[in-house]
Design a binder for this molecule. Structure first.
Ligand code: FAD
Length: 368
């Protein structure tokens, strides 16, 4: 019987050592199993805290593992894109236990060691089994050709992909991408269209200052290049059944998955309001596309808004959530919220403060 409380206490003791923990973990892993180096990006700076912190948190919560089995299975399937094989899991487990032992000092006991090993084996088996099962019916990634690359402004590009094989996804989901410009580094992006008969996918990418992948996708990627696209994931923003009103509230490129929802709603229309906020009118990189959708569908209202309008372009000023509330579009509606983390958090507060039931708010932050 694994003592989960003891594992959690031991993990907080170890995690208190901060950045030293992932440094020790990766050094141990690469020294003892050099073959695993190829699973990770060349530049390990952003990777440092990812794997080991996730492992520590998940494995030490082994008592609630039933609740995260679907997530672990999805992770296992997804990790195939890194080239992770069943044979790599023991190597990672050994490095994890060695790291825990190192930072536990005198608190390390044979009983704690046995609990960590047992908990890790449970997590690893769940992931590896799901990965093996997925290998029978789906590749780890698909190759997709870049058939369109439009710089809409200094920071944003709208990229159109033609996957070699049709990619299944639901509007509101995201896919992970990897470009040979940044080998082995994967990031999530949300298709901005509902699945099309020709299988093409439109992506909206905003370049983040110092961002490894987004800057390459916006500034260096060219038509004719090939990207790797991983399986679609996420259920936060997928359309819930119903016939009542829908309010879509977006910030920046968070509008991409909500545009895909609008296209899905066109098949079974519901009264829909789309509030899209950017910092200034210059950031409204797809306002023409959204205006065109609103002109085409009488059930769709589109309200662009900005934080500031220095040149008096006439766009409404205010946050999209505040405006949607003040226009009475939120009470009784299903609300879908997407944008940078801070925008999603502040919008949820505004909505709940205005009396919207939190169960009616579906969201997915798309930024740090
Ligand atoms: C489910 C999901 C869907 C997403 N969909 C989209 C999308 O459709 N379009 C899109 O442009 N992006 C989207 N993102 C964000 C995207 O995955 C990347 O995080 C983003 O492009 C930055 O990656 P990078 O490699 O350039 O930056 P990194 O090298 O990972 O980060 C560089 C620095 O920037 C910070 N940072 C990372 N992301 C952001 C951010 N969004 N805002 C501010 N600071 C940040 C990091 O903390 C770090 O300090 C989505 C994210 C998720 C989780």
């Amino acid at each position: 019987m694994i003592d989960a409380d003891r594992l959690k206490k031991n993990w907080s003791l170890v995690a208190a050592h901060g950045d030293q923990v992932p440094l020790y973990f990766y050094s141990t892993l690469f020294l003892t199993h050099p073959e695993t180096r190829d699973l990770f990006p060349m530049n390990m700076a952003a990777q440092r805290d990812k794997l080991v912190n996730a492992l520590g948190a998940v494995v030490s919560n082994v008592d609630t593992i039933d609740a995260v089995v679907p997530t672990l299975q999805a992770l296992g399937r997804d990790h195939r894109k890194f080239g992770a094989l069943r044979g790599h899991y023991p190597a990672v487990g050994e490095a994890l236990v060695a790291t825990l032992e190192h930072f536990s000092g005198p608190h390390w006991t044979p009983a704690i060691a046995a609990d960590w090993v047992a908990a890790y084996e449970l997590v690893a088996a769940t992931m590896a089994d799901a990965a093996d099962a997925a290998a029978h019916y789906t590749p780890p990634w698909w190759d997709a050709e870049v058939i369109g690359h439009e710089r809409r402004d200094l920071e944003t590009a709208v990229i159109t992909l033609a996957p070699g094989t049709r990619l299944d996804y639901l509007p509101g989901q995201s896919v992970s991408l990897c470009t040979s410009l940044r080998p082995r580094v994967w990031r999530q992006y949300s298709p901005a269209n509902a699945p099309r008969p020709d299988g093409t996918i439109e992506l909206h990418v905003r370049s983040i200052d110092g961002g490894e992948v987004s800057t390459a996708l916006v500034s260096l990627l060219r038509v004719g290049d090939t990207l790797r696209v991983g399986p679609a994931t996420g259920s936060g923003l997928t359309l819930r059944p119903g016939s009542g009103p829908v309010a879509l509230i977006a910030g920046g490129t968070g509008v991409a998955p909500l545009k895909a929802l609008v296209e899905q709603l066109a098949a079974a229309p519901r009264p829909t309001s789309l509030y899209w906020g950017t910092r200034s009118p210059a950031g409204m990189y797809c306002v023409d596309q959204l205006n065109a959708l609103a002109a085409r569908y009488e059930w769709l209202e589109f309200v662009p808004c900005v934080d500031e309008d220095m040149w008096g372009s006439g766009v409404r000023i205010g946050s999209p959530a505040e405006l949607a509330v003040s226009h009475g579009r939120c009470i009784g509606a299903d609300i879908y919220l997407c944008g940078p983390f801070g925008m999603v958090e502040s919008s949820r507060k505004i909505l709940v403060g205005a009396g919207v039931r939190s169960e009616a708010i579906y969201f997915e932050p798309s930024g740090a």
